[in-house]
Design a protein around this ligand. Structure first.
Ligand code: AHR
Ligand code: AHR
Length: 481
């Protein structure tokens, strides 16, 4: 059985079921998600390998070979057409054209399920999905349940990495107009024990870790790589539960009365569905989503426990975030441009600015050093790497507002993540493309001889599609100095 078969047996059927990694009904053979490629704008739908099975990631890999792909649609598996697509502007604009949010990279969150490769949905700040015209999702004070499987190590303190029920207008229409799972370290409203991240409920104008805002010490910091997050609500009552999605059972972090503040009892749910954003399209949060559902009715703990067992049996596990020629931690490297006409240039820096310069064996020692980098374990994720300047110790290549800079490590989570890159095989077939860990739609790109992290088509001039594959491919060789 799949998670939605279990909810159906419990009398609380799925009314929305979303996953890019697997079918959530044992009989489901339809499309899981759609990807769109950068080279020609063509789309394809990715289905499970077999009924109830894991997504056909190989079909995505071959469709997206030598170009970039974005996830355009996450299909609803229930038959209700509650699909998730690029979120529109609301109370806040997104960064993409027309105020829409960005779409996620199709290969941003690789994992395995029972040893088979699949891709999750890596939400960078500015990324979001939504459906404002749904069918069968709870409205008003009606009961609903939700679970989601998330990356417990990918979060921030922005508002709000959510999955669940929100406003159909994408505007904040008041307390109680949302009931969604939240995951992260946003501390404006509720907190749990420790320093987070926490599973909380976004009930609008408040993330709740328990019956009131503020600390609920029974809501623990999540420490697992994969987590199962549960939020459910019915008249007068709601609950938060959570677990390691790879082993063990759900624990209940809160179960009890609605917040005693106007608007939350009864609730005013509107029935839109959001992923990766807040109800008003707040879009500064980050996180990774693998699968999740919304139900009609308040699931029993026993039903949810059987869903957790099903998730554990799916055996989520990590897989490599890097590909292409190895870039060894401890080595010292240079990056040579591969774009025809520019291929005597190397990535260098002038003060904080990262640029390309022509460097040869007869260049000055200062120039050679400025074009040489020490590879260290990724400051924000040790599966990837960071690049320390050879002439300025403790300064690293990092991005800020999508420009590359050489800055001193200030020790913050933001710096560490901005300085972490996951090299892939070069998109033009040469060397490596150096992808930003926190923005997998973006890689090192030289543009007018200055370095950015660029997406393949986007709102910034440096996102230009012309010459993209060449501009993001660098031959990584020995350092000059
Ligand atoms: O409740 C927290 C957030 O507050 C909601 O997601 C958003 O709509 C509002 O800004
Ligand atoms: O470069 C993109 C983002 O811009 C960085 O993550 C952040 O430091 C800045 O706001």
């Amino acid at each position: 059985a799949g998670p939605c078969d279990l909810y159906a047996s419990g009398g609380t059927p799925c009314v929305a079921a979303h996953s890019t990694t697997r079918a959530l009904f044992s009989a489901y053979t339809g499309s899981l998600y759609q990807v769109k490629r950068g080279s020609d704008g063509a789309t394809t739908n990715i289905a499970p390998l077999s009924a109830g099975g894991v997504a056909n990631a190989a079909a995505q890999d071959s469709f997206c070979a030598s170009t970039t792909c974005l996830i355009t649609t996450i299909f609803d598996q229930t038959g209700r057409s509650n699909h998730l697509t690029q979120a529109p502007p609301g109370g806040f604009n997104g960064p993409d054209t027309g105020g829409f949010d960005n779409l996620a990279a199709a290969d941003g969150a690789p994992v395995t399920l029972n040893g088979q490769k699949a891709y999750g949905v890596f939400i960078s700040p500015g990324t979001g999905y939504r459906n404002d015209k749904t069918n069968g999702i709870a409205v008003g004070d009606a009961a609903q349940g939700m679970y989601a499987v998330l990356d417990g190590t990918h979060f921030n303190n922005g508002c709000c990495f959510d999955y669940g029920n929100a406003e159909t207008s994408a505007h904040d229409t008041g307390n109680g107009h949302m009931e969604a799972i939240y995951f992260g370290t946003e501390t404006t409203w509720g907190t749990g024990s420790g320093s987070g991240p926490w599973i909380m409920a976004d009930l609008e104008n408040g993330l709740f870790s328990g019956g009131t805002t503020g600390l609920n010490s029974a809501d623990p910091t999540q420490t697992s790589r994969f987590i199962t997050a549960v939020v459910k609500g019915e008249p007068g009552m709601w609950a938060i539960r959570g677990a390691n999605a790879a082993s063990g059972a759900l624990s209940t972090f809160y179960s009890g009365a609605r917040p005693n503040v106007a608007g939350y009892n009864p609730m005013h749910k509107e029935g839109a569905i959001i992923l990766g954003i807040g109800g008003d399209n707040s879009n500064s949060a980050q996180g990774t989503f693998y699968e999740g559902v919304m139900t009609s009715g308040y699931p029993t703990d026993a039903t949810e426990n059987s869903v957790q067992a099903n998730v554990v049996a799916a055996k989520y596990a990590t897989t490599s975030l890097v590909s292409g020629p190895a870039i060894a931690v401890g080595s010292a490297v240079s990056f040579r441009v591969t774009t025809p006409g520019f291929d005597t240039r190397f990535i260098a820096h002038t003060g904080a600015t990262v640029n390309t310069q022509v460097v040869t064996s007869s260049s000055t020692t200062a120039l050679k050093q400025s074009a040489s980098w020490t590879v260290v374990a990724g400051l924000g994720n040790s599966q990837c790497v960071s690049f320390e300047s050879r002439d300025t110790a403790n300064s690293y290549i990092r991005h800020v507002n999508f420009a590359l800079m050489v800055n001193a490590n200030d020790g913050t989570k933001q710096f560490h993540e901005d300085a972490t890159f996951c090299p892939k095989a070069g998109l033009n077939g040469q060397g490596n493309s150096i992808r930003a860990w926190g923005y997998p739609t973006r890689s090192f790109r030289h543009f007018n001889d200055v370095l950015f992290i660029a997406s393949n088509g986007g709102v910034d001039t440096f996102d230009a599609t012309a010459s993209y594959n060449d501009d993001i491919s660098f031959v990584v060789g020995a350092a000059f100095a």
